[in-house]
Design a protein around this ligand. Structure first.
Ligand SMILES: Cc1cc2nc3c(=O)[nH]c(=O)nc-3n(C[C@H](O)[C@H](O)[C@H](O)COP(=O)(O)O)c2cc1C
Ligand code: SF4
Length: 336
Protein backbone atom coordinates (compact mmCIF):
# COMPACT_ATOMS: atom_id res chain seq x y z
CA UNK A 1 0.00 0.00 0.00
CA UNK A 2 1.22 3.48 -0.83
CA UNK A 3 -0.05 6.74 0.66
CA UNK A 4 -0.19 9.49 -1.97
CA UNK A 5 1.31 12.47 -0.15
CA UNK A 6 2.40 14.43 -3.24
CA UNK A 7 0.89 16.30 -6.23
CA UNK A 8 -1.41 18.59 -4.21
CA UNK A 9 -3.80 16.03 -2.77
CA UNK A 10 -4.94 16.04 0.86
CA UNK A 11 -1.57 15.25 2.45
CA UNK A 12 0.23 17.90 0.34
CA UNK A 13 -2.41 20.41 1.39
CA UNK A 14 -1.23 19.89 4.96
CA UNK A 15 2.49 19.49 4.20
CA UNK A 16 3.03 22.40 1.81
CA UNK A 17 3.87 25.84 3.21
CA UNK A 18 2.53 27.22 -0.09
CA UNK A 19 -0.96 25.80 0.56
CA UNK A 20 -1.45 25.20 4.30
CA UNK A 21 -2.71 28.38 5.99
CA UNK A 22 -4.06 26.72 9.15
CA UNK A 23 -3.47 28.38 12.49
CA UNK A 24 -3.94 25.29 14.68
CA UNK A 25 -1.49 22.49 15.52
CA UNK A 26 -1.69 21.25 11.89
CA UNK A 27 -0.42 24.53 10.37
CA UNK A 28 2.61 26.80 10.70
CA UNK A 29 6.02 25.12 11.31
CA UNK A 30 7.03 21.99 9.39
CA UNK A 31 6.47 19.73 12.42
CA UNK A 32 2.84 20.86 12.52
CA UNK A 33 2.30 20.55 8.76
CA UNK A 34 3.68 16.98 8.81
CA UNK A 35 1.51 15.99 11.80
CA UNK A 36 -1.50 14.75 9.78
CA UNK A 37 0.57 12.46 7.53
CA UNK A 38 2.58 11.07 10.45
CA UNK A 39 -0.59 10.43 12.44
CA UNK A 40 -2.11 8.53 9.51
CA UNK A 41 1.05 6.42 9.09
CA UNK A 42 1.04 5.66 12.82
CA UNK A 43 -2.67 4.73 12.75
CA UNK A 44 -2.15 2.40 9.77
CA UNK A 45 0.86 0.74 11.41
CA UNK A 46 -1.13 0.27 14.63
CA UNK A 47 -3.88 -1.47 12.66
CA UNK A 48 -1.90 -3.62 10.21
CA UNK A 49 1.22 -4.28 12.29
CA UNK A 50 4.86 -4.27 11.13
CA UNK A 51 4.49 -7.13 8.64
CA UNK A 52 2.62 -5.15 6.00
CA UNK A 53 4.27 -3.12 3.27
CA UNK A 54 3.46 0.58 3.53
CA UNK A 55 5.07 3.21 1.28
CA UNK A 56 4.59 6.95 0.89
CA UNK A 57 4.71 8.98 -2.33
CA UNK A 58 6.06 12.37 -1.37
CA UNK A 59 7.15 15.64 -2.98
CA UNK A 60 10.85 16.43 -2.82
CA UNK A 61 10.10 20.03 -3.85
CA UNK A 62 6.67 21.63 -4.21
CA UNK A 63 7.48 24.13 -7.00
CA UNK A 64 4.18 25.73 -5.97
CA UNK A 65 5.02 28.91 -7.94
CA UNK A 66 5.81 27.11 -11.21
CA UNK A 67 2.45 28.01 -12.75
CA UNK A 68 1.55 31.29 -11.05
CA UNK A 69 4.80 33.15 -10.12
CA UNK A 70 3.03 35.25 -7.47
CA UNK A 71 2.32 32.15 -5.32
CA UNK A 72 4.51 30.95 -2.43
CA UNK A 73 7.09 28.34 -3.62
CA UNK A 74 6.08 25.81 -0.96
CA UNK A 75 8.34 23.19 0.60
CA UNK A 76 12.06 23.20 -0.18
CA UNK A 77 14.24 20.13 -0.70
CA UNK A 78 15.71 20.49 2.83
CA UNK A 79 12.23 20.61 4.37
CA UNK A 80 11.07 17.59 2.38
CA UNK A 81 14.16 15.61 3.41
CA UNK A 82 13.24 16.28 7.06
CA UNK A 83 9.69 15.05 6.33
CA UNK A 84 11.11 11.93 4.60
CA UNK A 85 13.21 11.14 7.69
CA UNK A 86 10.11 11.49 9.90
CA UNK A 87 8.15 9.26 7.52
CA UNK A 88 10.90 6.63 7.85
CA UNK A 89 10.88 6.92 11.66
CA UNK A 90 7.07 6.59 11.62
CA UNK A 91 7.48 3.15 10.03
CA UNK A 92 7.16 3.52 6.24
CA UNK A 93 8.83 0.82 4.14
CA UNK A 94 9.62 2.89 1.06
CA UNK A 95 9.53 6.46 -0.26
CA UNK A 96 8.31 7.23 -3.77
CA UNK A 97 9.79 10.60 -4.68
CA UNK A 98 7.98 13.07 -6.92
CA UNK A 99 7.55 16.85 -7.35
CA UNK A 100 4.74 19.36 -7.79
CA UNK A 101 2.09 20.83 -5.51
CA UNK A 102 -0.76 20.46 -8.04
CA UNK A 103 -1.75 17.81 -10.55
CA UNK A 104 -1.02 18.03 -13.36
CA UNK A 105 1.91 20.37 -12.67
CA UNK A 106 4.02 22.20 -15.29
CA UNK A 107 6.98 19.93 -14.40
CA UNK A 108 5.19 16.60 -13.80
CA UNK A 109 4.14 14.66 -15.74
CA UNK A 110 6.96 16.27 -17.74
CA UNK A 111 6.53 16.98 -21.43
CA UNK A 112 3.72 18.49 -23.43
CA UNK A 113 0.51 20.21 -22.55
CA UNK A 114 -2.25 19.35 -25.02
CA UNK A 115 -4.33 22.51 -25.02
CA UNK A 116 -6.94 21.12 -27.41
CA UNK A 117 -7.71 18.13 -25.20
CA UNK A 118 -7.66 20.38 -22.14
CA UNK A 119 -10.58 22.28 -23.67
CA UNK A 120 -12.60 19.05 -23.44
CA UNK A 121 -11.20 18.11 -20.00
CA UNK A 122 -12.23 21.41 -18.40
CA UNK A 123 -15.49 21.38 -20.36
CA UNK A 124 -16.34 18.19 -18.46
CA UNK A 125 -15.09 19.50 -15.11
CA UNK A 126 -16.54 23.02 -15.53
CA UNK A 127 -19.15 22.63 -12.82
CA UNK A 128 -16.68 21.40 -10.18
CA UNK A 129 -13.57 22.87 -8.58
CA UNK A 130 -12.54 26.45 -7.95
CA UNK A 131 -10.59 27.18 -11.13
CA UNK A 132 -12.23 24.79 -13.61
CA UNK A 133 -14.49 27.31 -15.33
CA UNK A 134 -11.67 29.89 -15.58
CA UNK A 135 -9.39 27.22 -17.06
CA UNK A 136 -12.12 26.10 -19.45
CA UNK A 137 -12.45 29.68 -20.74
CA UNK A 138 -8.67 29.91 -21.13
CA UNK A 139 -8.57 26.81 -23.31
CA UNK A 140 -11.87 27.21 -25.09
CA UNK A 141 -11.18 30.69 -26.49
CA UNK A 142 -8.07 30.14 -28.55
CA UNK A 143 -6.85 33.73 -28.31
CA UNK A 144 -6.45 33.17 -24.54
CA UNK A 145 -4.49 29.90 -24.84
CA UNK A 146 -1.05 31.53 -25.30
CA UNK A 147 -1.42 33.25 -21.90
CA UNK A 148 -1.89 29.95 -20.07
CA UNK A 149 0.67 28.12 -22.19
CA UNK A 150 3.28 30.80 -21.44
CA UNK A 151 2.64 30.50 -17.71
CA UNK A 152 2.62 26.70 -17.92
CA UNK A 153 5.77 26.33 -19.98
CA UNK A 154 7.97 29.11 -18.60
CA UNK A 155 9.85 26.96 -16.01
CA UNK A 156 10.33 23.90 -18.23
CA UNK A 157 13.57 25.14 -19.77
CA UNK A 158 15.41 24.52 -16.48
CA UNK A 159 14.37 20.84 -16.32
CA UNK A 160 14.69 17.70 -18.39
CA UNK A 161 11.74 15.61 -19.55
CA UNK A 162 13.33 12.23 -18.86
CA UNK A 163 14.33 11.54 -15.26
CA UNK A 164 13.17 14.98 -14.12
CA UNK A 165 12.99 13.93 -10.43
CA UNK A 166 16.36 12.13 -10.31
CA UNK A 167 18.45 14.88 -8.59
CA UNK A 168 15.84 15.22 -5.83
CA UNK A 169 15.35 11.46 -5.36
CA UNK A 170 19.13 11.16 -5.05
CA UNK A 171 19.20 13.79 -2.29
CA UNK A 172 16.42 11.94 -0.44
CA UNK A 173 18.19 8.59 -0.90
CA UNK A 174 21.36 9.96 0.69
CA UNK A 175 19.37 11.00 3.77
CA UNK A 176 17.25 7.90 4.47
CA UNK A 177 17.77 4.17 4.93
CA UNK A 178 14.58 2.78 3.35
CA UNK A 179 14.31 2.11 -0.42
CA UNK A 180 13.63 5.12 -2.64
CA UNK A 181 11.54 4.88 -5.82
CA UNK A 182 11.82 7.69 -8.38
CA UNK A 183 9.02 8.72 -10.79
CA UNK A 184 9.07 10.80 -13.95
CA UNK A 185 10.00 10.11 -17.55
CA UNK A 186 11.65 6.68 -17.38
CA UNK A 187 11.74 4.89 -20.71
CA UNK A 188 15.34 4.97 -21.89
CA UNK A 189 17.05 1.75 -20.66
CA UNK A 190 20.43 3.52 -20.38
CA UNK A 191 18.99 6.18 -18.11
CA UNK A 192 17.16 3.61 -15.98
CA UNK A 193 20.32 1.51 -15.63
CA UNK A 194 22.36 4.61 -14.78
CA UNK A 195 20.07 5.87 -11.98
CA UNK A 196 19.75 2.39 -10.48
CA UNK A 197 23.50 1.84 -10.41
CA UNK A 198 24.82 5.29 -9.48
CA UNK A 199 22.98 5.48 -6.18
CA UNK A 200 20.21 7.87 -7.24
CA UNK A 201 17.37 5.51 -6.32
CA UNK A 202 16.54 1.85 -5.69
CA UNK A 203 13.75 1.58 -8.26
CA UNK A 204 11.98 3.67 -10.89
CA UNK A 205 8.24 3.81 -11.44
CA UNK A 206 6.91 4.01 -14.98
CA UNK A 207 3.55 5.42 -16.09
CA UNK A 208 3.17 6.85 -19.60
CA UNK A 209 5.83 4.73 -21.34
CA UNK A 210 3.84 1.67 -20.21
CA UNK A 211 0.66 3.17 -21.65
CA UNK A 212 2.51 3.63 -24.94
CA UNK A 213 4.23 0.22 -24.89
CA UNK A 214 2.57 -2.18 -22.46
CA UNK A 215 5.41 -4.65 -22.93
CA UNK A 216 8.20 -2.11 -22.30
CA UNK A 217 9.96 -4.18 -19.56
CA UNK A 218 10.11 -7.14 -21.97
CA UNK A 219 11.44 -4.94 -24.81
CA UNK A 220 14.15 -3.62 -22.48
CA UNK A 221 14.94 -7.08 -21.07
CA UNK A 222 15.38 -8.49 -24.56
CA UNK A 223 17.53 -5.51 -25.61
CA UNK A 224 15.18 -4.60 -28.47
CA UNK A 225 14.81 -1.05 -29.76
CA UNK A 226 11.61 0.76 -28.71
CA UNK A 227 10.06 1.22 -32.15
CA UNK A 228 7.43 3.80 -31.18
CA UNK A 229 8.50 5.34 -27.86
CA UNK A 230 6.22 7.46 -25.70
CA UNK A 231 6.58 11.10 -26.77
CA UNK A 232 5.57 12.40 -23.31
CA UNK A 233 2.81 14.47 -24.93
CA UNK A 234 0.44 13.88 -21.95
CA UNK A 235 -2.60 13.23 -24.15
CA UNK A 236 -3.27 9.90 -22.33
CA UNK A 237 -3.49 11.78 -19.07
CA UNK A 238 -6.01 14.34 -20.28
CA UNK A 239 -8.08 11.77 -22.18
CA UNK A 240 -8.22 9.54 -19.08
CA UNK A 241 -10.88 11.86 -17.63
CA UNK A 242 -13.48 10.76 -20.17
CA UNK A 243 -11.97 8.16 -22.53
CA UNK A 244 -10.51 4.67 -22.05
CA UNK A 245 -6.90 4.66 -20.88
CA UNK A 246 -4.61 4.46 -23.88
CA UNK A 247 -2.18 6.34 -26.06
CA UNK A 248 -3.77 9.28 -27.87
CA UNK A 249 -0.70 10.60 -29.68
CA UNK A 250 -1.67 10.23 -33.33
CA UNK A 251 1.96 10.76 -34.37
CA UNK A 252 2.71 7.31 -32.91
CA UNK A 253 0.13 5.84 -35.30
CA UNK A 254 1.55 7.44 -38.43
CA UNK A 255 -1.06 10.20 -38.03
CA UNK A 256 -3.90 7.73 -38.59
CA UNK A 257 -6.73 8.57 -36.21
CA UNK A 258 -8.61 5.30 -36.87
CA UNK A 259 -5.59 3.12 -36.04
CA UNK A 260 -5.09 5.10 -32.84
CA UNK A 261 -8.71 4.67 -31.69
CA UNK A 262 -8.69 0.97 -32.66
CA UNK A 263 -5.58 0.45 -30.54
CA UNK A 264 -7.11 2.31 -27.58
CA UNK A 265 -10.31 0.23 -27.84
CA UNK A 266 -8.26 -2.99 -27.85
CA UNK A 267 -8.33 -2.69 -24.05
CA UNK A 268 -11.87 -4.12 -24.30
CA UNK A 269 -10.73 -6.97 -26.57
CA UNK A 270 -7.05 -7.76 -25.96
CA UNK A 271 -7.23 -10.77 -28.30
CA UNK A 272 -7.36 -8.37 -31.29
CA UNK A 273 -4.17 -7.89 -33.30
CA UNK A 274 -2.10 -4.97 -31.95
CA UNK A 275 -1.31 -1.98 -34.15
CA UNK A 276 1.92 -2.20 -36.10
CA UNK A 277 3.47 1.04 -37.26
CA UNK A 278 3.31 1.46 -41.03
CA UNK A 279 1.88 3.46 -43.90
CA UNK A 280 -1.62 4.77 -43.21
CA UNK A 281 -3.73 7.65 -44.49
CA UNK A 282 -2.78 10.92 -42.79
CA UNK A 283 -5.67 12.81 -41.27
CA UNK A 284 -3.63 15.23 -39.21
CA UNK A 285 -4.87 18.76 -38.72
CA UNK A 286 -3.50 21.53 -36.57
CA UNK A 287 -0.41 23.50 -35.69
CA UNK A 288 2.68 22.82 -33.60
CA UNK A 289 4.38 24.76 -30.85
CA UNK A 290 7.75 24.16 -29.28
CA UNK A 291 8.94 24.30 -25.70
CA UNK A 292 12.62 24.19 -24.81
CA UNK A 293 13.63 22.05 -21.84
CA UNK A 294 17.03 21.38 -20.30
CA UNK A 295 17.87 18.42 -22.54
CA UNK A 296 15.59 18.74 -25.55
CA UNK A 297 13.02 20.78 -27.40
CA UNK A 298 9.51 19.45 -26.99
CA UNK A 299 7.34 19.90 -30.05
CA UNK A 300 3.67 19.61 -29.31
CA UNK A 301 0.87 19.33 -31.77
CA UNK A 302 -2.25 21.42 -31.37
CA UNK A 303 -5.10 19.58 -33.06
CA UNK A 304 -8.54 21.03 -33.51
CA UNK A 305 -11.30 18.73 -32.27
CA UNK A 306 -14.46 18.25 -34.42
CA UNK A 307 -16.25 20.54 -31.93
CA UNK A 308 -13.62 23.25 -32.34
CA UNK A 309 -13.78 22.91 -36.12
CA UNK A 310 -17.59 23.18 -36.09
CA UNK A 311 -17.34 26.31 -33.96
CA UNK A 312 -14.73 27.81 -36.28
CA UNK A 313 -17.01 27.12 -39.26
CA UNK A 314 -19.97 28.68 -37.42
CA UNK A 315 -17.99 31.82 -36.53
CA UNK A 316 -16.71 32.10 -40.13
CA UNK A 317 -20.26 31.90 -41.47
CA UNK A 318 -21.41 34.47 -38.92
CA UNK A 319 -18.63 36.82 -39.99
CA UNK A 320 -19.46 36.39 -43.71
CA UNK A 321 -23.18 37.00 -42.99
CA UNK A 322 -22.30 40.19 -41.05
CA UNK A 323 -20.06 41.43 -43.88
CA UNK A 324 -22.78 40.70 -46.50
CA UNK A 325 -25.39 42.47 -44.34
CA UNK A 326 -23.18 45.52 -43.83
CA UNK A 327 -22.30 45.63 -47.57
CA UNK A 328 -26.01 45.36 -48.55
CA UNK A 329 -26.97 48.09 -46.07
CA UNK A 330 -24.22 50.40 -47.37
CA UNK A 331 -25.23 49.71 -51.02
CA UNK A 332 -28.91 50.45 -50.34
CA UNK A 333 -27.97 53.57 -48.39
CA UNK A 334 -25.69 54.87 -51.21
CA UNK A 335 -28.39 54.30 -53.86
CA UNK A 336 -30.98 56.35 -52.01
C1 LIG B 1 -3.01 8.32 -17.44
C2 LIG B 1 -2.35 8.85 -16.21
C3 LIG B 1 -3.11 9.26 -15.14
C4 LIG B 1 -2.51 9.77 -13.99
N1 LIG B 1 -3.29 10.17 -12.97
C5 LIG B 1 -2.71 10.69 -11.88
C6 LIG B 1 -3.53 11.16 -10.82
O1 LIG B 1 -4.76 11.12 -10.88
N2 LIG B 1 -2.91 11.68 -9.73
C7 LIG B 1 -1.54 11.76 -9.63
O2 LIG B 1 -1.04 12.25 -8.63
N3 LIG B 1 -0.74 11.31 -10.61
C8 LIG B 1 -1.29 10.78 -11.71
N4 LIG B 1 -0.49 10.36 -12.74
C9 LIG B 1 0.97 10.61 -12.61
C10 LIG B 1 1.80 9.35 -12.42
O3 LIG B 1 1.52 8.80 -11.19
C11 LIG B 1 3.32 9.66 -12.56
O4 LIG B 1 3.82 10.19 -11.36
C12 LIG B 1 3.66 10.60 -13.70
O5 LIG B 1 2.92 10.29 -14.85
C13 LIG B 1 5.15 10.55 -14.03
O6 LIG B 1 5.53 9.26 -14.43
P1 LIG B 1 5.73 8.85 -15.99
O7 LIG B 1 6.65 9.90 -16.59
O8 LIG B 1 6.34 7.50 -15.92
O9 LIG B 1 4.40 8.88 -16.63
C14 LIG B 1 -1.09 9.85 -13.90
C15 LIG B 1 -0.32 9.44 -15.00
C16 LIG B 1 -0.94 8.94 -16.14
C17 LIG B 1 -0.07 8.52 -17.28
S1 SF4 C 1 -0.51 9.83 -25.15
FE1 SF4 C 1 0.91 8.20 -25.70
S2 SF4 C 1 2.79 9.25 -26.34
FE2 SF4 C 1 1.53 10.75 -25.25
S3 SF4 C 1 2.28 10.64 -23.12
FE3 SF4 C 1 0.55 9.23 -23.27
S4 SF4 C 1 1.41 7.25 -23.77
FE4 SF4 C 1 3.00 8.77 -24.16
Amino acid sequence: MELHASHGYLFTQFLSSGINDREDEYGGPLENRARFLLEVIAAIRKTVGRDFHLGVKVNAIDFNDALFPWKEPGNTLDESIKVCKWIEEAGADHLHVSIGSIFPHPLLPSGGFPADELNWWYGIMGSSGVGSYRNYALFHFKVLRPIFLWLWNRTKKHHSIEGIVVPYARAVKQAVGIPVICTGGFQNPDLIRKVLTNGSCDAVSIGRPLVANNDLPRIIEEGREIAQPCTFCNRCLVNAVYNPLGCYDVTRFDYDQTSMINEVMRVFDPSRKPYIYGDSPRVLRGKTYSVKTLDTTFTDLVRESPVDLAQLRFRKRLLIAAIVLIAATVTVWLRR
